[in-house]
Write a protein that binds this ligand. Structure first.
Ligand code: SP5
Ligand code: ZN
Length: 364
């Protein structure tokens, strides 16, 4: 299997994040991608390829231009405004309650502030998402990694893996969040829709709900989003990810959330996966984008599921058995000792699945 990887991810090198108001060691660290890369090489079944630059246009197809410009300029502003910090974290984030009673006209006058702390809040969501000197460089290459995996599949590969870092699924049209800056999977799905004219399914198996992906395609019927995740009543991103969120307008019915309880085990998880796969199987299209996270692992410090490695091999096998082409993109996973082996287990499960021949693009 071809695996897209670049060293540029190293530019995003946060040392701390803020959790419940206190600095703690960063979880989404450079080592993560190096560990997965090392495991792919050690396995021997993967061919590493460099991403190709795709420019801004595929990003602007799903994201607000202001978010792109903010991320592009944030660090030079931190320096210019002499903030004297190693990372930028919002100091004030606009809570909708601040604007209660404002007319539509008054709301329309709300604007991005000039001060960098306010800008970070305007385009941000949470305090656990530090921006550092190289965040923009790495985030742009993560998008190119995803788009290069798309190209491989459009050029005939049955599946390709994009070792994206930073991850993407919490990033909404106009918001960075949860270690994510650009939504790699959403950008990939949109690029596939535009290249093929087909419907695309996104299967999100990161531990967290992919609120950004859901938001971007909420009113779209051409991109089906299915997610298995920790119930938002207890975990980040807290405000979205409930089962009653099914999409609206053209997107009504094209959003499937499967929140799971604490200590969900292999059997619970695979049963929920089957529900998502049945729904995807019922939607037309020849390509599935997988948002692949390993924070579902039993030892993960962020998740509270009890999955074992065997579940990843089986999950990869079941997803590939759909018989669709797969663009597999890395999201979370924070237990460093297991991360590489878990990734290889999932990807080899997919690669070795006894699956029907991959669907011809355009035939569905
Ligand atoms: C892509 C991805 O997996 N993003 C996850 C973002 C999670 N943000 C919340 C971080 C909270 C860290 N502290 C967790 C302590 C659990 N006991
Ligand atoms: Zn996650």
């Amino acid at each position: 299997m071809k695996a897209v990887y670049t060293e540029h991810h190293r530019a995003h090198d946060p040392s701390q994040e803020v959790f419940l108001g206190a600095p703690i060691p960063a979880r989404e660290v450079v080592q993560r991608a190096g560990i997965i890369r090392g495991a792919l090489l050690a396995d021997g079944g993967f061919e590493l390829v460099e991403p190709v630059e795709h420019g801004e246009l595929p990003i602007l197809a799903v994201h607000d231009r202001g978010l792109l410009r903010f991320l592009e300029t944030a660090w030079s502003e931190v320096r210019r405004q002499a903030i004297g910090r190693q990372s930028l974290v919002p100091d004030s984030i606009p809570n909708p309650a601040m604007f209660e009673g404002l007319s539509e006209a008054a709301r329309a006058r709300l604007r991005e502030p000039v001060a960098i702390g306010g800008r970070a809040g305007w385009w941000g969501f949470d305090t656990s998402n530090p921006i550092v000197a190289g965040t923009y460089e790495a985030a742009r290459w993560a998008v190119d990694t995803a788009l290069t995996a798309v190209d491989l599949v459009l050029d005939g590969e049955a599946m390709a893996y994009g070792l994206c870092r930073p991850p993407g699924h919490h990033a909404a049209r106009a918001m960075a969040a949860g270690y994510c800056f650009f939504n790699n999977a959403a950008i990939a799905a949109e690029a596939i829709v535009r290249a093929t004219g087909e419907r695309v399914a996104i299967l999100d198996v990161d531990y967290h709900h992919g609120n950004g992906t859901q938001q971007i395609f909420w009113r779209r019927g051409d991109v089906f989003y299915a997610s298995l995740h920790g119930d938002p009543s207890r975990v980040y991103p807290y405000f979205l990810g409930y089962a009653d969120e099914i999409g609206e307008g053209d997107g009504a019915g094209a959003n499937l959330n499967l929140p799971l309880p604490p200590h969900a085990g292999d059997a619970d998880y695979l049963a929920a996966l089957d529900r998502a796969l049945e729904a995807i199987d019922a939607t037309p299209g020849s390509i599935v984008v997988v948002s692949l996270g390993f924070d579902t692992y039993r030892d993960d410090p962020l998740g509270d599921f009890d999955l074992t490695r065997a579940a990843y091999a089986e999950a990869g096998r079941r997803v590939a058995s759909l018989g669709r082409r797969l663009v597999i993109l890395q999201e979370g996973g924070y237990h460093l000792p297991s991360l590489g082996k878990n990734a290889v287990a999932w990807l080899n499960g997919a690669r070795e699945a006894d699956r029907p021949p991959a669907r011809t693009i355009g035939a569905a």
